[in-house]
Design a protein around this ligand. Structure first.
Ligand SMILES: NC(=O)c1ccc[n+]([C@@H]2O[C@H](COP(=O)([O-])OP(=O)(O)OC[C@H]3O[C@@H](n4cnc5c(N)ncnc54)[C@H](O)[C@@H]3O)[C@@H](O)[C@H]2O)c1
Length: 439
């Protein structure tokens, strides 16, 4: 991640290819949204790169540009989309299937969406048990499959006349995998691919192919994927940006907004019970206990890190934290997330907070995909290699340098992100000290 102050940033010239692994609810809502915004049908609500501003200098300076005017980001008109999926449906049919956006809106976007046909996936049902599809590559070894992806990325980039490409994993959550000795070095990883080792999941094959092709990679699901030494080394070696994991939307977004507030006022916590009903394909995949375990690990870590029970044992020692996801088809993508939060205040008196968030998963995730594509490309053009911790803002389980605990508090994450942009442009960092106004 290290980058010098006022780094030289190469301009965002030419087309930026956005390669999405998985053409499901999130990916199609993202692509359709960008096409709708380009046509002037809608605004990019929820996207920091498009709507966010950044304060520069003193509060009295009145310098508050839009982020997209402050750093050179690719423009929406220059984005080109490609995808892989195990189903052959075009982005138009997949979007209709996902049922997130209204048919009328999709009808107006039929032409660009129909053109996006998914390439054959690298898929193995033992990693996503609830799905099976026909649009799948065959190859003797996992290494062969990676080579096929590498060739395909090069062809796609050429055919679509892109000057740069980024890859984002927005495919299903794979079964829970722990780090294995074969993940340690690039050599052991490549050997394991050639031997079809079980510890190499399809998501790792995509990430490997991206990093071999000079393409930065973001992981939107809680899979281990690029969070292993072998691929972190490859990213460093090839000077490529990586980040992950698991888009921060819905209930976890709420958690990382509310928990820092409770802690800031030294209010204690007895327990936080979270449950969801959700009926999309993601919900169906997560109905499998092995895939849910991957998601659960990602969701559970958030409170521990924010509340720091070791530092504040009187407030947060042994709080109970339960997370449930229930697959309930009638709701489709419109998830309902309930939280019951048992807190305590002055003299230990108990209180309760109830949240009922009727959210839309893919509506919350789509702007994250856009921001990640643009910021990853910016990082790449600025010479920022390896783990991009400043993008923690977008993830449930932010990837960090080995041995460093992740920052989950959304307000600290935002400050980190904006200070990184200030640093890149040689502006003073904002500490909020503010003594100068009282001299
Ligand atoms: N929507 C959210 O709020 C949110 C938040 C955090 C994380 N996520 C994660 O993002 C991912 C996508 O979510 P979604 O709602 O779009 O799910 P989805 O089921 O609608 O789409 C996922 C797509 O990936 C495809 N797929 C599965 N394995 C593949 C492979 N190996 N190669 C290519 N394609 C493959 C599936 O066929 C499916 O079309 C999930 O892992 C989900 O857990 C979503």
């Amino acid at each position: 991640m290290p980058v010098g102050k006022q780094a030289e940033i190469s301009p965002a010239e030419g087309k930026l290819g956005v390669l999405l692994v998985g053409l499901g609810a999130v990916s199609t809502t993202f692509i359709a949204g960008v096409e709708a915004i380009k046509k002037g049908f809608a605004q990019p609500i929820g996207s920091l790169t498009q709507m966010g501003t950044i304060r520069l200098g003193k509060r009295t300076d009145n310098r508050v540009p839009l982020i997209k005017d402050f750093v050179p980001l690719a423009q929406l008109k220059d984005l080109v989309f490609g995808a892989w999926d195990i189903f052959p449906d075009s982005a138009y049919d997949a979007a209709l299937n996902a049922g997130v956006l209204e048919k009328e809106l999709l009808g107006q976007l039929k032409e660009p969406l129909r053109k996006i046909k998914p390439m054959q996936a690298v898929f193995d049902q033992s990693y996503v048990k609830r799905l099976s599809g026909t649009n799948v590559k065959t190859g003797k070894t996992k290494f062969d499959l990676a080579q096929q992806l590498i060739d395909e990325i090069a062809d796609w980039k050429k055919k679509n006349k892109c000057s740069r490409v980024v890859m984002i994993w927005a495919a299903s959550t794979e079964v829970f995998l722990k780090q294995h000795p074969v993940h340690k070095t690039l050599d052991s990883f490549e050997k394991a691919m050639k031997e079809n080792h079980k510890a190499i999941a399809p998501s790792m094959i995509y990430a490997y192919a991206a990093l071999k092709s000079g393409v930065p990679f973001a992981n939107g699901a809680p899979n281990l994927t690029v969070d292993i030494p072998a691929l972190m080394t490859l990213a460093d070696k090839n000077r490529l940006a990586i980040c992950g994991k698991d888009f921060k939307t819905g209930q976890t977004l709420m958690k990382t907004i509310i928990a820092p507030g409770l802690k800031s006022r030294m209010l204690g916590l007895h327990g936080w019970y979270s449950t969801n009903i959700l009926g999309n394909r993601d919900g169906e995949v997560l109905d499998d206990p092995d895939s849910f375990k991957t998601k659960e690990e990602s969701k559970l870590s958030v409170l521990e890190y924010i509340l720091q029970p070791d530092v504040y044992p009187d407030l947060y020692k042994d709080f109970s934290h339960v997370v449930r996801i229930n697959y309930y088809p009638p709701r489709g993508d419109n998830k309902e997330g309930w939280d019951n939060i048992d807190i305590f205040g002055w003299l230990g008196y108990p209180m309760q907070i109830k949240i009922d968030f009727l959210c839309r998963d893919s509506i919350l995730a789509a702007p994250i995909v856009l921001d990640l594509a643009l910021f990853l490309d910016l990082a790449q053009r600025s010479g920022m290699k390896g783990v991009q911790e400043w993008l923690s803002f977008y993830f449930k389980s932010p990837q960090t340098a080995p041995g460093l605990y992740p920052e989950h508090d959304i307000f600290i994450q935002l400050m980190k992100l904006k200070n990184t942009l200030r640093h890149l442009r040689g502006e003073d960092l904002i500490t909020h000290l503010g003594l100068e106004y009282y001299d």
